[in-house]
Write a protein that binds this ligand. Sequence first.
Ligand code: 5GP
Length: 187
Amino acid sequence: MNRDSEVFKDLESILIDEATLQQRIQELGQQIGQDYKGKLPVVIGILKGSSIFLADLVKAIPIHLTLDFMGISSYGGGTHSTGVVKITKDLEETIEGRHVIIAEDIIDTGLTLNYLLKTLKQRNPASLTICTLLNKQARRILEVEDVGYKGFEIDDHFVVGYGLDYMQKFRNLPCIGVLKPSVYQKF
Ligand code: 5GP
């Protein structure tokens, strides 16, 4: 989509443009490829936010891998974490003995991933790491261990795009942006 689209027009600013995202994702993919050579990792996408990132990430990883998905929800549709994490869709394959890479869109308070890590470690994977596109370190309530790969550090903004939503919209933006304040009244 181009910048005249109605989706772009709701943005106050673009924080990370498409080219910068793609460049960094290529680097992450190369790095993961080197680190997991000969290991057949399973890359787990956390729905729905990480789906767009995951699609580009796995295309940048130059080794064999498998894919699985998990659905969890931590936000009630607004802009603040409730701390309540619910599994809405579980994995289809067992991860016992597998090298697991969780692809996450953003780590904010850390509540969601702490819950998820605890759950997945009980299933005895050979290893477990997180690859997050964005990290908001300033907002951390619970520190998250095992973050092997980080795309970008960002300040404390509520961001949308590239899989991240506001009221389920804006996931289809090809960049990461900040919304105009008027959008919060509109939707
Ligand atoms: P945490 O549990 O770390 O606070 O939150 C993780 C989840 O909250 C993310 O996977 C994402 O769905 C949502 N989230 C956190 N910060 C943002 C943000 O700035 N924008 C959007 N759209 N979602 C966010």
